[in-house]
Design a protein around this ligand. Sequence first.
Ligand code: ADP
Length: 645
Amino acid sequence: MPRAKQLQRADAAERKNVEAALRESEERFRRTFELAGSGLAHVDLDGRFIRVNRRLCEMFGYSEAELVGMLVKDLSHPEDRDAVDERRKKLITGEVETLRLEKRYLRKDGATLWMNVAIAMERDAAGRPLYAVSVLDDITARKHAEEALRESEARYRSTFELAGSGIAHIGLDRKFIRANRRLCEILGYPEHELVGKTGRQISHPDDLDVINAQRKRLYAGEIDHVRLEKRYLRKDGSTVWVAFSMVLERDAEGRPAYEIAIFDDITERKRAERALRESEERFRSLTQLSSDWYWEQDETFALRFMSQRMGEKTGLAASAFIGRKRWDQPALNLGDEDWARHRAQLERREPFREFEMERANPAGGTRWVSVTGEPVYDENGKFRGYRGVGSDVTERKRAEAELHRAHDELAKKAEELERSNAELEQFAYVASHDLQEPLRMVSSYTQLLARRYKDQLPAEAQEFMHFTVDGAARMKQLIEDLLAYSRVGTKGKELVPVSLEAPLKRALTNLRTAIEESGATVSADALPTVDADEVQLAQVFQNLIGNALKFRGKAAPRIHVGAAEQAGEWQISIADNGIGIEPQYFERIFMLFQRLHAMGEYPGTGIGLAICKKVAERHGGRIWVSSTPGAGSTFHFTLPKKEFP
Ligand code: ADP
């Protein structure tokens, strides 16, 4: 066989072998291509699919026929459409061997697909680019999981940071790992100072180990959370009360991993609780120490609460009253009308003071109870009933009743006295008035008898006649005096403002002759204005000054009228330098017809001072004398002071 032929045959065999090998390789590739778990595609330099495998079709939801010839870009998610452009150029030019990236595509049904894409360039023998080989793996599920994780992380972060409570993660070594903003505020430390510290380090000395026992049980799995209240010391040294709760996070194997603790600032609540406790203690001691008691009624006026003192004081058990209205236990001294009035007052929501009731006491007798109350409203302004205090006023009531009785008795006596005085005055007036007429007859006929038959009567009879005339004259004077005395009460004028200068002047005018004859000097202070009967006061001045002139000593009379201002009254005095009066007669001389001297010694009937006393008393004043026998007397009388506008 010629050499050439031999060669030709060998070539043919070789080519067949090669072809067979090629076919086999092609087949292997095709099978691999089709069966690959990843999506595979050949993409030409214009970016169109040349070849796609089944997996790719499944992933995108298109058929092979639809995909081949389609621009890859048209499948891209709008936001990732141009993501590869730049790098693809580098791939084509050979600057890079392969491209790896993650980007989004759109399935035929519009769903978004996340793909992990690896691209390499297929080149010819001369190194010219032929087409791109892309391997696509669907990572949508992973991406979603990552996204969800990220979101959950972010959610957790913001919850952690924005929570109204303080939150901390605490390591198994008890040290803070993380602390949110609120916790930093509550404890007064910046986060970086808190992290690494243990809770114990910043606990209040009195609350150091309060968590330990519960923590032990938490770790042992006996309880699933710790909850307690304790105090911490803030960085500035102040104390903060915290409601502390804690759970334990465990790892997949159930081993403790770290603690999650929640801190709530309850300082304000604790303060309010303490204030409430104090206020309650104050209330308790008040109701225990006070002899009064405290009560509360509900909105129907039924008694809801009554402090113990009530029972002790009145012998009435509080339980007998609880749930009952005040008028369900009628008081002895109150009738239906009184109760209706009290009830109406409560219905008008009026406060009331010292409402007094007399109640039968189980132990016998009765007790007086006084209650004072005010309406109560809740924070929404809704009426909730009444509250107030009560006291046992039995003693006071008894004293008051006694006082009333005594007062009434006194008033009755005064009334009787006044009536008998008036009767007496009336009698004196009528008697003296009616006596005047027969007396006048006696005296005029005796005088007539004396005149006509004087010469015919023996001397002795003449003397008797003289006594008769004299007696009649004296009796006339007495009757006139008595009339004058009784007129002070019956014929007095209304009291009007009077300057005492006027009655004094009137008296001095009447006494002018007597003053001149005795050579007396009369001086006077400035006198006030008072409510008075001017005529009667003129009579008082006249009687007193008249006496001072009459009961003179050897020296010429010196008389002074004084006026002294005192609390609520004026004291007027008439002082003389006369014979004076023995102290034992200081009272007697003011009585009717009482005199210290015989008629012949000093004239008079003893009516003057009695009239002065009656006038002073009618004016609401008093009269008395002070004297040194032989040196002089001073008569004093008072008159109530009056403010004149
Ligand atoms: P009378 O002047 O008519 O005797 P009075 O009632 O005026 O009646 O006085 C009663 C008595 O008081 C007088 O009798 C006199 O003894 C005494 N008396 C009154 N004023 C004075 C006086 N200024 N000095 C001394 N004695 C007096």
